[in-house]
Design a protein around this ligand. Structure first.
Ligand code: BEZ
Length: 252
């Protein structure tokens, strides 16, 4: 999906801000070589670099990479597909925050990560896990149904369970040392209009399948369905659930 990189950067800054805890889990050491997979506009890449690591950020969206380079001209950013990237160099760690749920070939992602790690290297990632935005998704399906016969078929997201993702990692040769799924209710910026803006960015694949004239009615319907549970004191709180993992490539 093509992103509006500027909107992502300004209105949805909470995405990378929540990733600060994942950087702490990564615990980059000075001099380590680290790949930031799905780096977006580069803010966490820069935090990793500030801790003394040599970091390369990759993202499949040229707009994101352009903005990342603009923000941090001294850092390395490249456009690359998360499911099929290869590198001549190897890395001590691959880091990823809030990106893997957009990648449609999870086995390709894990194989690519494994391929670029040095023996003993680590993979530290957080993304949407099983049940992520379940209430929002149900409301979107219901609001879309008058306009589309099978809204479920439009769902672009990959939100695996702990068991599913750990099995995928082990099947590719990783040893999984941490895998946890947890609720992380997430405040959406923008007050009462925030959910509409969120849908315009995150649920773009659903809305793109119906005529533009239907979008406002669908968004209004989703808001009505979710108002009783997700609107708190004039602010939307999305029902995020995160899957956090640490996995190691065998020392060889
Ligand atoms: C998330 O970051 O949890 C998310 C990503 C895509 C769609 C919905 C939620």
């Amino acid at each position: 999906m093509a992103w509006n990189a500027a909107a992502y950067d300004t209105r949805h800054g909470y995405i990378w801000k929540h990733g600060v805890g994942v950087v702490e889990l990564l615990a980059p050491q000075p001099g380590e070589r680290i790949l930031d997979l799905g780096c977006g506009t580069g803010h966490l890449t820069a935090q990793i670099a500030a801790l003394g690591a040599h970091v390369v950020g990759i993202d499949n969206d040229p707009g994101m990479i352009a903005l990342a380079r603009q923000h941090y001209p001294a850092l390395r950013f490249e456009v690359a597909d998360g499911s099929s990237f290869r590198r001549d160099e190897t890395f001590d760690a691959v880091f990823s925050n809030a990106a893997i749920h957009w990648m449609r070939d999870p086995a390709g992602v894990v194989a690519s990560v494994y391929g670029v790690l040095r023996p003993g290297g680590r993979f530290v990632a957080e993304f949407g896990g099983k049940g992520n935005v379940a209430a929002i998704t149900s409301a979107v399906y219901a609001a879309m149904r008058p306009y589309h016969p099978a809204p479920e078929s439009l769902n672009p997201w990959y939100f695996p369970s702990v068991g599913e993702y750990a099995a995928l990692l082990e099947g590719h040769g990783f040893e999984v040392t941490l895998a946890m799924l947890f609720d992380r209710p997430t405040y959406i910026e923008g007050g009462e209009t925030g959910l509409g803006s969120w849908l315009g960015v995150f649920a773009k694949d659903f809305l793109a399948a119906v005529p533009l004239e239907a979008h406002a009615a669908i968004v209004a319907d989703v808001e009505e369905r979710l108002r009783p549970t997700l609107l708190h004191d004039g602010a939307w709180v999305a029902d995020y659930r995160r899957l956090r993992i640490v996995a190691h490539k065998s020392p060889g």
